[in-house]
Structure formats: C-alpha cells, structure tokens
Design a protein around this ligand. Structure first.
Ligand SMILES: [Ca+2]
Length: 198
C-alpha cells in the first residue's frame, strides 16, 4: 500500500512538472481585456490631452474607461474603446474586448530577450481593417533601436477570427528587451491577446 501511494505521488509530480514546462507564460497581463481602469479625466493630464487631440475613448460621466493593460499610445489614434457584450458576439470571451481604430498603443507587456528569440502573438479579431502586434526593441544600453514588424493581418468579418503572428529577432543584433504594441488601421475589435516566447 505504501509503495502504491509513493508511485501515485511520483506520477502526480511528473505530470505537474511536465505541465509547468509546456505551458508558456503569456507576457500580456489580462489579454482578454476583462479588467479596466476608470480615470477621472479632469485630474489626468495624459488622457485629458488624448481626448483634446481627438482620441475617442469610452466615457462614463466624468471618467474614461481604459483597459488595465494599457501602457501608452504610440503616435496618433482615432479610437480605443472598451466594448462590453456577449461572449462569441460583441466580445470573444468574457465580458469585454476592445475596439481599436486607426492607431496603436503599447501594452504593459515587456520581456527580457536576446537576438534569435522568436515570439508568437495570438489574438482574436473582427471588424474591417488590418491589425498586427509589433515589438519595440531595446538594446543592451537600454535604448530603442528597432522593431519586429509582421505583415498587417487583413480582417473583414463579423465573426471572430484567430490572428497568429510570428516575430523573429534573428536579424536584430544586440537585443535586450521587447515591448509589445497593437496596431490597427480601419476598425478592428480585439480580444484574448497572448504573446509567448517560443
Ligand atoms: Ca474578453
């Protein structure tokens, strides 16, 4: 009996370790956009200025609703809206997704990296436009020096489709860190973003 119990524990341990090594960490926190940040517009210079410059955000009274994994805009942006709705319809899973239109923003998604690392971005999209996930690359001196940019993925559908993009850094010498941003032209709904190091 004692031996059988021991064997069971060995099996449990074996499969747990195997599970841990197979599951790769999603570098994007809250990739499903389920958590939001309510920002009081009048007391926040950053979003106050964004609205003044014409960015459309989701407003609720004196607040704007920002995805919790938002870091900063990258250049201009027409719309970044938090969408609420039914899974499989307005949103892919959960209760929320985003709508990104003619713009780009950085996610709170960074990682140490070295030249030759391959990153796989996966997310669901629908709408009409083009979408992609781009990596901002920082060298060993901590300076921005290049980007890993996949071809934009064309979206023209009311159904959620899986977008998968491979970002190879073999031709980017001196790489030390990556930082991810989403970019859309047209109007693209996005949900369930994951970025893993292959
Ligand atoms: Ca979601």
């Amino acid at each position: 009996m004692k031996r059988a119990g021991c064997l069971i524990w060995i099996f449990i341990l074996f499969f747990t370790i195997q599970g841990l090594t197979e599951e790769k960490k999603n570098l994007v926190p809250d990739g499903g956009f389920e958590e939001v940040r309510e920002v009081l517009i009048s007391s926040d210079q950053y979003f106050f200025k964004a609205i003044e410059s014409g960015v459309e955000l989701t407003k609720e009274g004196p607040f704007v609703i920002i995805p919790s994994n938002f870091s900063q805009f990258a250049g201009g942006c027409k719309k970044l809206k938090v969408i609420e709705g039914e899974a499989g319809k307005e949103v892919h899973t959960g209760k929320r997704a985003i709508l990104l239109s003619d713009g780009s923003f950085y996610l709170r998604a960074t990682s140490d990296a070295e030249t030759g690392d391959v990153f796989i971005a996966r997310f669901y999209a629908k709408g009409k436009g083009k979408v992609r996930l781009i990596l901002h690359l920082t060298n060993k001196e901590g300076k921005y020096y290049n980007q890993a940019v996949p071809n934009p993925f064309p979206v023209e559908t009311d159904e959620w489709v899986l977008v998968e993009q491979r970002l190879d850094t073999k031709d980017k010498p001196d790489l030390a860190k990556i930082w991810a941003r989403l970019e859309a032209t047209g109007e693209v709904y996005i949900d369930d973003v994951s970025l893993v190091k292959e």
